[in-house]
Design a protein around this ligand. Sequence first.
Ligand code: SF4
Length: 147
Amino acid sequence: MNLLISGCLLGLCCRYDGACRPLPDNALHALQEKFHLIPACPEQLGGLASPREPSERRGGRYYSRSGEDVTAQYLRGAAETWKLAKLFDCPAALMKERSPSCGFGKIYDGSFSGVLIPGNGAAAELLARRGVRVYGESRIQELLAAF
Ligand code: SF4
């Protein structure tokens, strides 16, 4: 079974700061025993570089810290990520929490002050709307138990 996964959780340096947030080895091995992992970085797929300015969601739009409207790149990245999920027939996705693309359930409020609010990143939201079950990295055990 295929599982879509945020590239930065696999150790790809695709984050805005050029870094990654790899999962602990034991979690990665547990996932690999059950799934074929399909990595995707929605922000890179939307045409953004690594490193890049951080961005946050405000309402239905996305802005970089300096105020550039990057909504088109975020929506394109979400659409491309959905294409991958569909192409590889992924029933679920493990997505990096709090990201304006990958976060699901809680994201930053758009003020760049570290405040979290209920909401979803662009890609996680589209995947969930299309029927993919989206999990954050704090819910890996739940994901493993569900499949
Ligand atoms: Fe990681 Fe998603 Fe941000 Fe890419 S868009 S760096 S995969 S959290």
